[in-house]
Design a protein. Structure first.
Lengths: 165, 119
């Protein structure tokens, strides 16, 4: 009898160590709590200041989306946050219990001119910000959960990397 | 959870325009303060309104949406909206959202007021 083969995700997680597992109630403003807790957890990685600011924004926006769109701001339904790191990268996984379809960040691009003309809601910036703050963003869902995974590569990156032109 | 750093906004009139001094967090909790301060600033019919972010330590996507709302109001009344005092991180966010294409961003009040007065 052979042991079950770990999935690709499980294999990757094996190479990473958990820095923190936490959950926050889905209440307005709690994204800051999540952001500060993650920032505290990654202190040992000594990220350059700009990378840390980007990570904090990405975590805050993903947590807000999870609380609002996934958990509908029901305080009793927590947002779960897992932070993992290897020598090569840092991964933050944020999970809610949403049942609605996952938006496609490549299709739902906010257009400032349309917003100024009243043709689009002034809101809807979260995914665009997350996508620009981290090196990789993956959204998955099953019948019960949405999960957003955000990856920051740790090797060969400094404050100048990823600067907008 | 209420914001750790309660948003506040106050208005002062300067020769180049009205300045909105913003403090704390620009998020959903800031809507009332921001819109009330903008309305007060508009009452003097200035050519330019300057958003002073020097006292702001956090802006989220809901805060960005509030700024979009102010920008839409400014465009409707053909008024310039300028910003100064943003950290490098939030300048990057203004670039990503293209807010900086529609409102000039300055490092400090002096340069913002100088440009507002010259226009």
């Amino acid at each position: 009898m052979t042991a079950p083969t770990p999935s690709g995700k499980a294999k990757q997680d094996d190479a990473r160590r958990a820095l923190v597992d936490l959950s926050v109630p889905s209440e307005p403003g709690n994204e800051r709590l999540a952001m500060e807790r993650v920032a505290e957890a990654v202190k040992e990685l000594d990220l350059p200041a700009q990378r840390l600011e980007r990570l904090k924004t990405a975590v805050a926006e993903a947590t807000m989306n999870a609380m609002e769109h996934g958990n509908r701001y029901r305080p009793e339904v927590p947002v779960k946050i897992q932070v993992l790191a290897s020598d090569a990268d840092l991964l933050v996984r944020i999970t809610d219990q949403g049942g609605s379809p996952v938006p496609d960040p490549d299709k739902e691009v906010p257009d400032l001119e349309a917003k100024l003309e009243g043709l689009q809601s002034p809101r809807g910036w979260g995914l665009l910000l997350i996508k620009n703050m981290v090196d990789e963003m993956h959204i998955t869902s099953d019948a019960v959960h949405h999960t957003i995974e955000m990856v920051m590569h740790l090797e060969g990156k400094d404050d100048a990397a990823g600067q907008p032109t | 959870m209420p914001p750790a750093n309660q948003p506040e906004a106050s208005v002062r009139q300067e020769p180049g325009g009205a300045v909105l001094d913003l403090r704390g967090e620009i998020n959903g909790f800031a809507q009332e303060a921001l819109e009330a301060a903008y309305t007060e600033a508009e009452a003097q019919d200035p050519e330019a309104i300057l958003l002073n972010f020097e006292g702001v330590d956090y802006i989220n996507s809901t805060g960005i949406a509030l700024i979009v709302g102010l920008l839409a109001r400014a465009r409707t009344s053909k008024r310039r909206l300028l910003a100064y005092g943003l950290s490098d991180h939030y300048i990057e966010i203004f670039n990503i959202t293209r807010l900086s294409d529609f409102m000039s961003v300055y490092p400090d009040e002096q340069s913002a007021l100088s440009d507002a007065s010259a226009s």
